[in-house]
Design a protein around this ligand. Structure first.
Ligand code: GLN
Length: 491
């Protein structure tokens, strides 16, 4: 128990051989052994923010680059059955997986094989903590040392001597211009060879290929142009609450050789009340909003800032500013449109006003047997495009459907969809029943899209998420050309 409490922030990297080589009969048994799932346990002290998550995933990248199949498992030191009930103010963003699993995103990860330590030139603290680890029966095969400057060879020698870890297994993760360099840093120290050797996988691995990564890391170092994105949310004081959204914007921007420049706008600062109570904040918020090339309203819960988000959606709609509404952001755009265009003054979500006569967003629990007890519609669900002739379908590579992750309780009221569509707000993506609205697009607007799901959770470096890419392309005047290319099928 003590071990668990002290050190149970864990990330495993599971690695398995992907290719099945032609085998002689003698080596079959050996091969079977190698095909077995191997685990790399990454652990560090209880302090978070040392980059244990980055280290664990970078090891994953390097092993993948050697032709292995890699997945990662994160273990938190508490029973993590419902991370979704934690406040993003206290715990950062809640990340959602395909199967509806939720996790706290603050990367505090753990290891017995690879021990991560932040150190300067002083090696004593590392020695002490490794000794403590050994006393618990956890014998590290590797040490990953975080430092600002590259570690000098003599420090490595010392650590090796006192911690009983071979010099080749002491990895130094010093500060780099961006985290995409970390896999390269590991490769340059032959970490992949050392890890493969330890896992007895050297013979099934192929030569490490990190060309794509190198290109991306270097591109992102050399980008000079940026795009201003107004992020209008409730938790803007703690930007970690939107970590995946920020990463998704980063992936989309890098794909367009741009840097994201995010203006965080507290939605409540945009509201009329704030003009009276905090006029400076109000003026600054509007100045930021007007100065941005596009507007993003991310997901959220509760009614704080909703009025301000509605104002932001209205501003984007009326001024042809590219807009992306995610989950709550999509619901906001429906409320705004119903109020301004359909003149339903009281239009609202049941979440914010259960008594409203114009319930344009309603509570729609899912009667699924696999989600018993919980009212949240959680995890991967399919969205069918209603027509190939919409921006969203083209951004999603002209697919007929897309699977994205969800995390919500409320949804667009199907009874109001007819009037919204007649007035120009088209629901171009719906679930398989046709009753749940998944993607909306405003006609006669350069880019105004709302999605009921969270596309940010499936964005990856080198594989940017379609709605984010669309937003960035639209914000920089490149969307039309992109859509045309998609139409001609030559992307
Ligand atoms: N609060 C809204 C709902 O529950 C939106 C949720 C979200 O943005 N993740 O439907």
């Amino acid at each position: 128990m003590w071990i668990l409490r002290r050190y149970a922030f864990c990330t495993f990297t599971r690695a398995a051989a992907q290719q099945i080589p032609v085998l002689s009969r003698v080596s079959r048994e050996k091969y079977k052994e190698k095909r077995r799932m191997k685990y790399v346990l990454v652990t560090g002290g209880v302090v978070s923010g040392l980059g244990k998550g980055v280290t664990a995933s970078s090891i994953g990248v390097v092993l993948k680059a050697c032709g292995l199949r890699v997945t990662s498992i994160k273990i938190d030191p508490y029973l993590n059955t419902d991370a979704g009930t934690m406040s993003p103010f206290e715990h950062g963003e809640v990340f959602v997986l395909d199967d509806g699993g939720e996790g706290k995103i603050t990367f505090a990860s753990f290891t017995s094989v690879l021990y991560l330590y932040w150190g300067s030139w002083k090696t004593k603290p590392t020695q002490h903590s490794v000794r403590e680890l050994r006393a618990l029966g956890l014998i590290p095969h590797f040490l990953a040392c975080r430092s600002a400057q590259p570690l000098v060879e003599n420090a490595k020698q010392k650590l090796s001597q006192f911690c009983h870890v071979p010099v080749a297994n002491i990895l130094n993760i010093h500060d780099v211009p961006n985290i995409w360099h970390v896999p390269l840093l590991l490769r340059n120290q032959s970490a992949h060879d050392a890890i493969l050797k330890q896992l007895d996988l050297l013979s099934v691995a192929r030569h490490v290929d990190l060309q794509e990564w190198t290109r991306r890391a270097e591109t992102s170092d050399n980008i000079t142009k940026s795009v201003r994105i107004a992020m209008v949310g409730k938790y803007v004081g703690l930007t970690d609450s939107y970590l995946s959204v920020v990463k998704a914007l980063m992936h989309a921007c890098i794909a367009c050789s741009l840097k994201p420049s995010i203006d965080w706008i507290a939605a409540s600062d945009l509201e009329d009340d704030s003009a009276k109570l905090t006029p400076e904040a109000h003026a600054a918020a509007w100045k930021n909003l007007r100065g941005a090339a596009c507007v993003l309203v991310p997901g959220g819960f509760g009614d704080r800032g909703v009025k301000g988000m509605i104002l932001a959606a209205r501003y984007a709609r009326e001024n042809s500013v590219p807009f992306l509404g995610i989950c709550l952001g999509m619901q906001i755009s429906v409320i705004e449109f119903a109020r301004s265009v359909l003149h339903l003054d009281k239009a609202n979500s049941e979440e914010f006003d259960p008594q409203t006569p114009d319930r344009v967003v309603i509570f729609m629990p899912e009667g699924s047997k696999t989600h018993m007890g919980s009212t949240m519609r959680l995890g991967s669900r399919r969205t069918l495009f209603q027509t190939p002739d919409c921006i969203a379908a083209k951004l999603y590579n002209n697919s007929e459907y897309v699977d994205e992750r969800h995390r919500h309780r409320y949804e667009v009221n199907p009874d109001i969809v007819g009037s919204l569509e007649e007035a120009g707000l088209k629901f171009v993506g719906r679930d398989e029943s046709g009753k749940r609205m998944e993607i909306l697009e405003l006609q006669d607007h350069p880019f105004y899209i709302g999605v009921q799901f969270h596309p940010e959770f499936k964005s990856r470096p080198g594989r940017p998420s379609a709605p984010f890419l669309g937003l960035v392309l639209a914000a920089t005047g490149q969307l039309e050309a992109f859509v045309k290319r998609q139409q001609n099928g030559n992307v």
